[in-house]
Design a binder for this molecule. Structure first.
Ligand code: SF4
Length: 355
């Protein structure tokens, strides 16, 4: 359990991200966590590099609801402090803490407060002797590093942990996770680290995590993008949605660029995605530019639009129920989709107004 969120076993695969505000700036960090929460994040990680940040962490915890993983690299005193302030998980590698006594104090504290630990190995920061042994980061090298940290916890009979073996290279990360999955029973936190900018990073993450998740490997995911953390959550859910592992919000089925489109499909879908990102109920909505595929896609969607000259056909539950003016599609579709979402689940907000 990370706070009240289960991770591992039969629990849904969780989606997490990390704040990029200065943790000492409590207001900015809380505001970012709330934005992250609004797009459906299950867990958020906050870096706690100093004692000053640990003090700020206390106030951040008081003002937020989502479980928070405190990211600590070396200083065991910071780990003890954030545990006292309500951290829901400690991201710390036991082998980096220092002497046995310090490791024991962190582990005892985590045990007493029932806080899990995440071991996080990264291809870019392997121990010197492991680097020398393998010559370069390899799956075996990443797993050997992870298992060293696992052994520390094993010696202290502490089993409440999860592990990540991230790398920026897709094959390296996938190989390491596959190897690790055969060696431990604890949950795995998946990620392709430092994956790059929004587009390239999303693609790399989808390929790498897709290979693993399709094989049943992985319990929680973080998409690492050089972008707003909110985008990491959206990409994470898109990956789970594509694999039919976990659905949240609207799954748009839409045409690619094509000269037969009777209205601007790309602008319409982009605008709707942005306007409707607060919808939590899983729904399929097809926005198709012409009659070639429009009626067929509408048949298997909750709501569908099939482009036609001037007025496009609108479908609900596979039946054509209306014709919508192409000049005013975005606000009308937003209202129709919200109404349907509210019907499926009253937790979704309805936008006041008429077509
Ligand atoms: S459904 Fe029509 S508009 Fe859409 S891609 Fe096919 S031919 Fe083009």
């Amino acid at each position: 359990m990370v706070g009240n969120v289960p991770v591992g076993g039969d629990a849904p695969i969780t989606v997490q991200t990390m704040t990029n505000t200065k943790t000492t700036d409590v207001a900015a960090t809380v505001e970012q966590i709330q934005r992250i929460e609004r797009v459906g994040a299950d867990i958020v990680r906050v870096s706690v590099p100093t004692m000053e940040a640990a003090e700020a962490f206390k106030f951040i915890k008081q003002q937020t609801r989502i479980p928070i993983v405190a990211d600590i690299h070396f200083d065991y005193r910071i780990a003890l402090k954030v545990a006292e302030y309500g951290a829901d998980c400690l991201r710390i590698n036991p082998g980096n803490i220092g002497n046995e006594q310090r490791v024991r104090s962190v582990v005892d504290c985590a045990r007493d407060l029932n806080i899990p630990i995440r071991i996080g190995v990264n291809g870019g920061s392997l121990e010197k002797d492991i680097q020398e042994k393998y010559g370069e980061p390899t799956p075996e090298a990443l797993v050997e590093s992870a298992m060293r940290h696992v052994e520390y916890l094993d010696r202290l009979d502490f089993q409440n942990f999860k592990v990540s073996v991230k790398a920026s290279d897709v094959f390296l990360a996938v190989g390491a996770y596959r190897l690790l999955a055969r060696q431990i029973e604890q949950p795995l936190h998946l990620g392709i680290t430092e994956a790059g900018g929004f587009r390239a990073g999303a693609v790399k993450s989808a390929v790498g995590l897709g290979m693993l998740l399709a094989d049943g490997i992985g319990d929680t995911i973080r998409i690492s993008l050089a972008a707003d953390p909110v985008e990491e959550i959206k990409v994470g859910f898109d990956i789970l949605k594509s694999l039919r592992i976990r659905s949240r919000g609207i799954n748009f089925i839409a045409c690619p660029s094509c000269s037969r489109q009777e209205f601007d499909v790309i602008a319409t879908v982009n605008a709707l995605e942005e306007r409707l990102e607060d919808i939590i109920t899983p729904m399929d909505v097809s926005i198709i530019g012409c009659v070639v595929n429009g009626p067929g896609e509408a048949l298997v969607s909750d709501l569908g639009l099939a482009g036609a000259a001037n007025k496009s056909a609108f479908y609900e539950g596979g039946l054509r129920v209306d014709r919508l003016d192409n000049k005013d599609l975005i606000p009308i579709l937003e209202r129709r989709i919200r109404a349907r979402a509210a019907m499926l689940d009253p937790a979704n907000q309805i936008l006041v107004g008429k077509d």
